[in-house]
Design a protein around this ligand. Structure first.
Ligand code: DHB
Length: 488
């Protein structure tokens, strides 16, 4: 049977040889297939329509994970408005639940298991946002034939496909697809940032086409990223820039690096060989930072000398200092902390070396591209047939497993830094980045570099390090949604 594909308007049609027009996309939003629900939150009774497990591609590889849950306030079907938003104007909140680059389930409106509080989907609904919560494949997914099916770049391709679904169905769905706000934590924070940085880049087109993603844009308007584990190929050197010489560690006793999993830590000290690896990695970082040509908000270059000192380090210290000042003003007692100097109600200095021992090393060098291929990130950069691979020159050279190296083009697809402000991408306009001062899953340098790059390319960036907060996310949802309101 011959078929002809015609693309017209916003949907594609398949004309069969008998002249019948069939729906090829299968991605049209069906507003009639929902469950009506009510949930109590913060003294309000929220009525909404739940459209769950909606496929966002027509040729899924792991069908359980290439779906999303869509939640829409009932008011938007009745011509109502919530907190100033209407059906046509409400932003679409897009939370992913990826942790540890593992497969991420679609969020369900309700409770956050970690905090016991309302999850971000519920808070979003209560504030009048439409929620589109995609699942995404991750590094341990397999197909029936045993092939790995969620290695890089699967997760970001899935999230882009979900965004395309929302643009494709913009006219049919309440919520404004030109106002999509992505949210995620850790690996999910990195993916949220990557989604915003690389929007509409043609680099992902072949992957999206292979899945049968909706045609059109995958642009988003705003990014919320909690502790993004991004810029992976430079994260080892950044970690040693921060922790070199600090040899005691509190390492996680599980290899699954997921912020959602309860953490148990095992104390230890780096061996002589590990200290040597740290000494080799640290000096690679200044060269990388200097190559970026970053500037602070007054246009002053952010650089490092060969010992790792300089204006970039001062800027990171200033972010910690601003956080301490904020905590002090909120009435927290910082007097017992050796790394904080307070004079007459002002935080006047942060001692970087003492800060490092407060933060505590958590990872052994190299922190991400492990020489024995044991890191979650080695697992992320496997392929259909190889479970774990290296992704940096350093670790290929020093591999204890004669590990293979993933292609550079795949590494490129996973790094936010490669897309910000480039002509191939429509980088999101608004950014909110949060990393706690007690977070040592990656160096603070990683988010500082991301924020500076975004600011230097003219984006609206709200970057702050919440005081004493460990590796986690969604802990300040009222502030997050106030920020979303403020960027209108
Ligand atoms: C996560 C944590 C890590 O330490 C890491 O390397 C990657 C991901 C996470 O919690 O998602």
């Amino acid at each position: 049977m011959k078929a002809l594909i015609l693309t017209c308007c916003s949907s594609a049609a398949l004309i069969l040889s008998n002249g019948v027009q069939a729906d090829v996309m299968g991605l049209e939003f069906n507003s009639d297939h929902y469950e009506s629900k009510t949930i109590e939150y913060a003294g309000q009774s929220i009525q909404y329509r739940a459209y769950e497990s909606i496929p966002y591609v027509i040729k899924p590889v792991v069908s359980d994970y290439q779906v999303m849950n869509i939640y829409i306030p009932e008011a938007y079907f009745q011509g109502g408005s919530i907190q100033g938003y209407q059906a046509e104007t409400a932003p679409i909140f897009l939370p992913n639940q990826v942790g540890g680059y593992m497969p991420g389930k679609a969020m369900v409106v309700g409770t956050n298991d970690r905090t016991g509080q309302a999850n971000s989907a519920l808070v979003a609904l209560s504030k009048g946002l439409v929620v589109a919560a995609p699942a995404a494949r991750g590094r341990t997914n397999q197909t029936a034939d045993g092939r790995w099916a969620g290695k890089a770049p699967a997760a970001i391709v899935d999230l882009k496909a979900a965004v395309r679904y929302l643009h494709y169905n913009d006219a049919a769905m309440p919520g404004d697809a030109n106002k999509i706000v992505s949210n995620g934590t850790s690996a999910g924070g990195a993916l949220s940032a990557l989604l915003g940085a690389s929007a509409d880049s043609t680099d992902y087109d072949t992957y999206l086409a292979a899945l049968g993603a909706a045609p059109g844009s995958d642009a988003i308007w705003a990014v919320s990223a909690y502790c993004p584990i991004t810029n992976l190929e430079h994260a080892d050197m950044a970690y040693e820039w921060q922790f070199n010489g600090y040899n005691d560690y509190q390492k996680m006793n599980i290899s699954m690096l997921d912020y959602q999993v309860k953490r148990e830590l095992v104390a230890g000290t780096l061996t002589k060989e590990e200290q040597q690896v740290s000494d080799q990695l640290k000096p690679l970082f200044p060269e990388y930072v200097n190559s970026l040509g970053l500037k602070d908000s007054s246009g002053y270059p952010l650089t490092l000398d060969q010992d790792g000192n300089g204006s970039f380090k001062d800027a990171v210290v200033a972010y910690i200092q601003a956080s301490a000042q904020n905590a002090l003003e909120k009435g927290q007692d910082l007097s017992g902390l050796e790394f904080v100097t307070i004079d007459q109600g002002r935080v006047t200095a942060i001692d970087w070396d003492k800060y490092r021992s407060y933060a505590e090393r958590q990872k052994l060098p190299p922190a991400f591209d492990a020489l024995d291929l044991s890191a979650g990130e080695n697992n992320l950069f496997g392929n259909a047939l190889i479970d774990n691979q290296h992704f940096t020159e350093f670790s290929v050279q020093h591999s204890t497993m004669s590990g293979k190296r993933v292609s550079e083009s795949t590494v490129k697809l996973m790094n936010t830094m490669n897309y910000i402000g480039t002509s191939d991408a429509q980088t999101a306009e608004h950014w909110r980045i949060r990393v706690g001062t007690k977070d040592r899953d990656t160096s603070l340098a990683i988010s500082a570099i991301l924020a500076a790059k975004l600011e230097n390319t003219g984006h609206d960036v709200d970057y702050f390090l919440p005081w004493d907060v460990p590796h986690s996310g969604d802990y300040d949802l009222d502030e997050l949604f106030a920020w979303i309101k403020s960027i209108q």
